[in-house]
Design a protein around this ligand. Structure first.
Ligand code: CP
Length: 305
């Protein structure tokens, strides 16, 4: 069964049937990984275009393609590409689509992914468009929740930190809204509230929404989803410094609690390292789930799942 889309820009494209197919495919890819490298995508090439810094997304996309038996060509940093000379996103994608069979692109501008798919001759995947969306992160987050709880419904998720610029919480909120019984608690400084269009969408889909201005408001959730305040999105560094560590989760907060702690990473102080050894700490498991989920996404988009 194919996905209902041929390019992935936003979680708003993903139906519940798509989400369930992606979860099942990631699980079967995780089983395949235990057998070593597969040959599902032998002969295929991923064009991996990262015009904004990345560790996890880039490495896990590239690992996923290599584990599927394919190969990778890369471009990183606008200053090292012809975008520096003024080449448009559209022309870059036309070129990359002539070299690779699938493209993953991270770019600092919101809307860059939507522009890319207007010309992409091959499946295109948004690997993060500025403070816009990060749909593959949301899918690996959903996969992590499925693995940790055995379900993706009837769950309470507290989202904490920079909900304005944090693209992962935008994409994850929309994805969670596909499932019944979801409650979301939004905890952020007033300057970094979740964008209104996401809040409206959650309300329309029947998600139970509340908000708080202290970390304590989220401690009784099933998932405490921490985020980094996104320094690179601030025009005023002093404003970033004022807000950056408003919410810090510490081991004491989790005493006697079963909540899992997730974070898209990197963290820059908002999760105390004394949590790392607790069973609650799911963030490194979460990051590792990026490989099977991105294997599944690419295999499905290339008709090889
Ligand atoms: N979660 C995430 O997008 O991490 P990177 O920025 O390291 O890719």
């Amino acid at each position: 069964m194919p996905l209902s889309f041929s390019h992935l820009i936003s979680t708003e494209q993903i139906s519940r049937t798509d989400a369930e197919l992606l979860l099942q495919t990631a699980a079967s890819m995780e089983e395949e990984l235990k057998q070593g490298v597969s040959d599902r995508l032998r002969g295929k090439v991923l064009a991996s275009l990262f015009y904004e810094p990345s560790t996890r997304t880039r490495l896990s996309f590239e690992t996923a393609m290599l584990r599927l038996g394919g190969q990778v060509v890369t471009a990183d940093g606008i200053q090292f590409s012809s975008m520096y000379k003024g080449e448009t996103i559209e022309d870059t994608i036309r070129m990359a689509g002539g070299y690779g069979d699938i493209i993953a692109m991270r770019h600092p501008e919101v809307g860059s992914a939507a522009r890319a798919v207007t010309v992409s001759p091959v499946p295109f995947v948004n690997a993060g468009d500025g403070p816009g969306e990060h749909p593959t992160q949301a899918l690996l987050d959903l996969y992590t929740i499925q693995k940790e709880f055995g379900r993706t419904q009837d769950l309470h998720i507290a989202m904490v930190g920079d909900l304005k610029f944090g693209r992962t919480v935008h994409s994850l909120s929309v994805l969670l809204a596909l499932f019944p019984g979801i409650r979301v608690t939004l905890i952020s400084p007033s300057e970094l509230h979740m964008p209104e269009h996401i809040v409206s969408l959650l309300r329309e889909k029947g998600v139970a929404l509340d908000s708080g201005d202290s970390i304590e408001a989220g401690l009784h959730a099933d998932v405490i989803y921490m985020t980094r305040v996104q320094k690179e999105r601030f025009a005023d560094v002093a404003e970033y410094e004022r807000l950056k560590l408003r919410f810090i989760l510490q081991a004491d907060h989790l005493k006697g609690r079963k909540a899992i702690v997730m974070h898209p990473l990197p963290r820059v102080g908002e999760i105390s390292t004394d949590i790392d050894t607790l069973p609650n700490a799911a963030y490194f498991r979460q990051a590792h789930n990026g490989v099977p989920m991105r294997m599944g996404i690419m295999a499905l988009l290339l008709g090889a799942a």
